[in-house]
Ligand binder design. Structure first.
Ligand code: AQP
Length: 339
């Protein structure tokens, strides 16, 4: 088979497994928006099939999927420029995932730290989907011959697995068919940490709502969560090196830098020497000024769920038009009759 010329293409997804957090926004969504106008095709997905790897209430899942779509648009994604859709509407993802289930090795899946974290002590009782989910993620990406994936740092290992699956498929079938996708893990907030524990990722599914800022939080709630965020008694250092042993301080500075589109060094030069009692209100004001317009627009968009469903259906049709021929070629390579 001849070398495929890969058109630069961006794909990424977010699970509708709860409300959106500031971590999802800074690590993923804000960067999706930045990439939309770079002249590359951008495809963004609500990965509802990933969400059900742990049980979801069906009504809540429907609402979270629509709210995530509203969040994408409120953050600045334009459904005409970017393709926005929910994963379950494009069956090619799961069809490709089956092929990849037969390429990926059990040992690869069992090494995934997110599986170990989410399955916890009772891994025997975790769903088979939770173990297989990174293979579906590889399919999400490769069914579009995606060249670049913007993600937070927690997804790095899954992106490496995607590259391993692409390389093994190409090797096993003697083809150069799937690209070796590049992860794009960039910016000051690639790993936003919990406000209660600087060693834990900020997550939608953390039992403590005080650990995260939700994109739907009102101004008072955002200010309260930042005021109560765990810190240490020292004033802020002026040099980046001074944050090395201070995870909570580092997290708040990283959040400030990402929201204000500054480097961490610039922020340190401005706020070094200040006490947290002075810095936290600055951060709260900045966070409210960035998040409030998004939450207001999300609430407005959620009043017309029929329009959201129309956007998702139209995005799914555009996505399918790209994915179907790539799946067909994959079937031909693998040896499926009638493909
Ligand atoms: N804390 C974070 N900092 C930076 N980026 C983050 N992302 C998630 N949390 C942070 C990025 O957001 C994108 C979508 O993630 P996801 O919803 O598909 O799954 P997740 O990484 O498992 O996020 P959560 O919030 O922790 O969800 P639950 O609790 O359901 O597992 C990804 O690009 C991710 O890197």
């Amino acid at each position: 088979m001849s070398q495929v010329a890969y058109t630069p293409r961006v794909f990424s997804g977010i699970q509708p497994s709860g409300g959106l957090t500031l971590g999802n926004y800074l690590g993923a969504m804000k960067r999706f928006v930045d990439m939309q106008d770079e002249g590359i095709e951008t495809i963004y997905c609500m990965v509802d099939l990933h969400a059900i790897t742990v049980w979801q209430d069906p009504d809540k899942l429907r609402r979270a999927t629509r709210e995530l779509c509203a969040g994408y648009i409120a953050s600045g994604l334009d459904p005409e420029k970017s393709i926005l859709f929910n994963q379950s509407q494009v069956a090619e993802h799961t069809q490709m995932a089956w092929i990849f289930n037969c390429v990926a090795r059990m040992g690869w899946m069992q090494r995934m730290t997110q599986f170990k974290d989410k399955a916890g002590k009772n891994a025997q009782n975790a769903s088979l989907g939770l173990l297989a989910y990174p293979s579906l993620m590889a399919a999400d990406i490769l069914v579009y011959h995606t060249t670049h994936v913007p993600v937070g740092e927690d997804q790095k290992q899954h992106l490496e697995l995607t590259r391993d699956i692409a390389a093994k498929f190409n090797h096993d079938y003697g083809v150069d068919f799937f690209p070796i996708t590049e992860p794009l893990i960039e910016g000051a907030a690639t790993r936003v940490m919990s406000l209660r524990d600087g060693s834990k990722k900020m997550s939608k599914s953390d039992p403590s709502d005080m650990s995260r800022i939700n994109l739907t939080d009102d101004a008072d709630t955002i200010a309260k969560k930042i005021r109560k965020a765990k810190t240490d008694p020292e004033p802020l250092p002026s040099e980046v090196e001074g944050l090395a042993e201070r995870p909570e301080a580092r997290n708040l500075i990283n959040i400030y830098a990402a929201l204000n589109e500054q480097s961490v060094a610039q922020v340190m030069a401005d706020v070094g020497g200040r006490a947290f009692s002075e810095f936290k209100p600055m951060l709260a004001e900045l966070a409210v000024s960035k998040i409030s317009p998004i939450s207001g627009e999300m609430a407005r968009l959620m009043q017309d769920t029929a329009e959201i469903d129309r956007i998702l259906a139209s995005g799914a049709a555009r996505a399918r038009a790209i994915a179907a021929p790539i799946l067909k070629q994959t079937y031909e390579i693998v040896g499926m009759v009638g493909a």
